[in-house]
Every structure is written in C-alpha cells, then in structure tokens.
Design a protein around this ligand. Structure first.
Ligand SMILES: *Cc1c(COP(=O)(O)O)cnc(C)c1O
Length: 509
C-alpha cells in the first residue's frame, strides 16, 4: 500500500483512501444490519407471514445481501460506470458495429408521455398516435431501402436475419419446394451462417476473390435448384461495396434463388443507393447501428426486415394496415404469415428514436451522414496505410480493415495493439474479424467523430506502431493504465467469476 501525504491517510487504519473511482467494490464490506436505501410508510394493513401466504416455495433464510444506505448504493453503481468506456466518453471505432453517437433529442422524444406510456394492449382506436409513428417509420425505411413491405418486429439484426430467411423459406414452400441450402461468402458476419443453420438450411461457403468480392463464375457454378438464397453483406465486412451486385442478383434469380442482404452496414449506403434497386429481395436493417438508437449492454435493439412485394403475404402478424378513413389497425388474418417473431409490436422505443433521427436529418442530412462516415474511414486509411498492412486495396466504404502482418513479425498481434489503444484512451477496434484477414484490425469511425478526434486516434495508432519497433514488450503487456491489466481470456470465458464471495476468515488484508 502506497503512503500518501498524510492528508488523505485515515487515522484509524493507516490506509490511504483511494480515489473514489478506483475503490474496490465495498458493497458487502460496508454493509451493516438494518441500513436501508429506502423508507416506506408504516404498514396500514395487517402484516402477513410470506411463508404462510405462499407456502413452501418461499425461501426461509434471509439472502445474504448487503444492507446499505441509498448514497452508498448510488456511489457503488456510479463507480462501476466509471470503469467502463462509452461512446459518450470518446471514439468507439468497433468495426462492423457502427458505434455512432446517440443524439439526446431522440431520448427526449422517446420519453414523451403519450408515446412512452402507450400500452401494447390498448385497442387500436386508442393507439392511433403510436401507430402513426410506426407507420411513418415504416414508410421512411421503405423509401431508404427501395423495398415494398416491412416488419418492425425483430429485436436485433440476427433476429431480422432469422425472420428474413423464414420469409424466404415460406415463399419457396409456397412454390412447392423449400430447397435445401443457403450460400454465404467467407467474409460474412458470423450471424449469417448461424441464421441459415438455425432455419434448417445447409450452409455452403463461397470464397471471396482478391478484391474481397464474390467471384461471379464461382457463384454461377454453385447456384442450383436446391439453393434457397445467397446471404450477402453489402458493403461486406471488409468495407468493400459489391459492385457486381445486380449481376449476382441475376445469377440467383435465373435459378429461382433469392438475394438476402444483411443491411447492418447501411451506414455506408443511406441516401446514395437503395438495395431494392439493385436486385435485393429481402434484407434487414439495424436501427441500433445505422439509425442511432443505443446498443450495447444486451439491447434492446431493433432489426426491421424489408422485402419485395412477393414476400409480403408471409410477413409476421400482425401487419399494420390503413383503414378507408386513414386510421390504422393491426391485421391478424394473414393465412400465409410465418407467425409472430416478437411479442407486441417490437421494441417501440427504438422506433421512436430512429424516426426522430431520420426526421431530424432529413434526406440531405442522411446523405451527408453517409458521406461523412465514408470520408472518415478513408481519412484513417490514408493516414495509417504506411504503418499498417492493407490486405485489400479495393476502395473502402464506411470501415477499413488492416492486418497486423508487419507488427506480427515483431511478435505483436492485433489483440496486443487493441489493448495498447486502451492506454491511449480509445475503445479498441474490432480484433481478428473478418476471418478472411489474418490478424485483422477493423476500424469504423462513423460520421460522429470530428477531425480532431480522428487525428488523436491516428496519432495513437502511429505511436503504437512505433512502440512495436522500439519496445514490443510494452505493447504485449498492455493495458497499463486500467484497473486490471491482462486477464487470462480463456479462464475468464470458461470460468468467469461473476459474484462476490465472502472472504474466508483470516484472509483479509
Ligand atoms: C451487427 C451485425 C449483425 C448482427 O446484428 P445484431 O443486432 O448484433 O444481432 C449482422 N451482420 C452484420 C454485418 C453486423 O455488423
């Protein structure tokens, strides 16, 4: 224990008080019997023994929970929040995740009482306000994607993929043959093969060509009457736009197969091109990526699925329809529907935030956003390509993928560089993904960042490259400025310690 100036030292223990953000979690140690973080009015009904009321299912002993005052509890959680990194603290260049800033006006709108309190069991006649919001968002997303019909039910991107593939399956079945396999390029996001397998399809991998795109001849040789669809991320996880996309669509359609587009990377396309115009039959969007609704911490997210008209009869129920008089209602009588994929209407709070973002930006603002996101990624590419290896030279869209090839020659891997970046005050980029790039560094700055923040990031990355030359050990043992340094990642995943355990008597220091 370091000795302080004496001012901060405690007369009782001789221990120096740590900075409040650095304190160990003293939740249990500070507990004392009878302390409470709440005050309730005195009982004005007869007290009942819970055991008597609920029978044997009720636990008899008190759980060993800490007893604390309100301020101790608040400080505990506030302290924990300071151990984390957040988009509200700095750049979060986690490629493929589109960690853009979540404007506060979205939060304001989502909390408007009439919207926030709209109960999902309200009869349609009393829910016209929220239905109007939902319909308007649907129209905006259809305009942005160039598709004909949409469901907002899915709660995440992966859930959207699942819904989209179920639509594909239902359509093929209606044509008399569900088909057996789905083609997926080797650059795909891991959720794509998982979705296809989960939906009962065989997954067949398609190797990418040297530009990071699909080889049309290879594709043509693989598509047959048993192919249900190709699942394609565009731009791909390499940040590369599939410039032959309409030819890909033609090859699939000639054999009766569909083109599914993973639209998680729409931040590179909104306002510029529309998937519906280049042959896509069904796709999902990630409102929690492209449309600035918060993500992380397990959600809630939102992964709407948009499709061409021939897939509309299969959309999940209920479907929002317009009455003669312009009012809206949920329609349940859809005999070909794949059924519900989510309770109620979906994550309504996310719809409101996404719509607020779309309306606040307007068409020109959305286009500008796309251009800025692509410009920022290319600025980083240009400023780092002399120190980090660029495996694919094809033009970058909203993200850029380097490899650790040069640094690996000095024994430093992408994961080490990412951990060193933490010492410079940045969230790491995406490590070792996409899989087709060995030792990948996948960087997505988004449009949110200023030139100054980008320059600081570039400076940190260049310094790290320099450190790799001069003192690789420094990078390999990073981070050095965090509460905990390197964790044993295997043990942390296999045997995570997720709860406090009472120290055994005599072991406390
Ligand atoms: C994020 C992402 C997904 C999955 O979205 P979730 O909302 O995390 O389920 C799918 N594909 C791509 C390309 C992504 O970036």
């Amino acid at each position: 224990m370091a000795t302080g100036s004496g001012v901060a030292g405690s007369a009782n223990t001789g221990k120096v008080r740590q900075h409040p953000t650095q304190n160990e979690g003293l939740l249990f140690e500070r507990s004392s019997p009878g302390k409470r973080a709440y005050k309730l009015p005195p009982l004005d009904v007869p007290a009942v023994d819970a055991g008597e009321l609920l029978g044997r299912s009720v636990r008899r002993e008190r759980a060993e929970l800490p007893e604390l005052s309100e301020i101790e509890l608040i400080r505990h959680f506030t302290r924990l929040s300071t151990w984390n990194y957040a988009i509200d603290l700095g750049m979060y260049p986690l490629g493929s995740c589109t960690m853009k800033y979540n404007p506060r006006v979205n939060e304001f709108v989502a909390r408007i009482e009439g919207l926030a309190e709209a109960h999902p069991y309200r009869p349609d006649g009393f829910a016209q306000g929220i239905l109007e919001v939902i319909e308007l968002l649907q129209r905006c997303l259809l305009e942005i994607t160039g598709m004909d019909a949409i469901t907002l039910q899915p709660a995440a991107g992966a859930h959207g993929e699942f819904t989209g593939i179920l639509l594909t399956r239902a359509w093929h079945e209606s044509q008399g043959n569900a088909r057996k396999k789905i083609l997926i390029p080797d650059s795909a996001h891991g959720t794509n093969p998982a979705t296809a397998a989960f939906s009962g399809y065989l997954v067949e991998n398609i190797k990418s060509n040297a530009e990071g795109g699909i080889d049309l001849d290879v594709l043509a040789s693989r598509v047959d009457e048993d192919t249900a669809a190709l699942m394609l991320t565009n731009p791909s996880t390499l940040g590369v736009f599939e410039s032959e996309i309409h030819k890909i669509a033609d090859i699939l359609h000639a054999k009766g197969a569909l083109l599914y587009m993973d639209g998680a990377n729409m931040n590179a396309l909104v306002g510029k091109v529309r998937p519906g115009d280049f042959g896509v039959d069904v796709m999902h969007l990630n409102l929690h990526k492209t449309f600035s609704t918060p993500h992380g911490g397990g959600g809630p997210g939102s992964g709407p699925v948009a499709c061409k008209g021939f897939l509309e009869p299969f959309l999940p129920v209920p479907v929002l329809v317009r009455n003669q008089d312009g009012t809206k209602r949920w329609e349940y009588d859809r005999p070909q529907s794949i059924g519900r994929v989510r309770a109620f209407y979906g994550n309504t709070g996310m719809f409101i935030r996404a719509l607020a973002y779309i309306l606040a930006n307007g068409p020109d603002g959305l286009r500008q956003t796309t251009e800025d996101a692509v410009l920022n990624a290319n600025y980083i590419r240009r400023k780092l390509e002399d120190v980090y290896e660029l495996p694919y030279k094809t033009a970058s869209m909203h993200e850029v993928v380097f490899s650790d090839k040069r640094q690996a020659a000095r024994g430093v891997k992408t994961g080490d560089i990412a951990k060193r970046l933490i010492d410079y005050g940045f969230h790491p980029y995406t490590v070792s993904f996409p899989l087709i790039v060995h030792g990948a560094l996948m960087i997505e700055p988004t449009e949110s960042e200023s030139r100054e923040e980008l320059d600081q990031f570039i400076d940190a990355m260049r310094r790290i490259a320099q450190e790799v030359e001069e003192n690789p050990e420094l990078v390999k043992t990073a981070p050095h400025t965090t509460r905990v340094s390197r964790l044993d990642e295997v043990q942390a995943a296999r045997k995570p310690v997720l709860r406090w355990k009472k120290p055994e008597a005599g072991t406390e220091s």
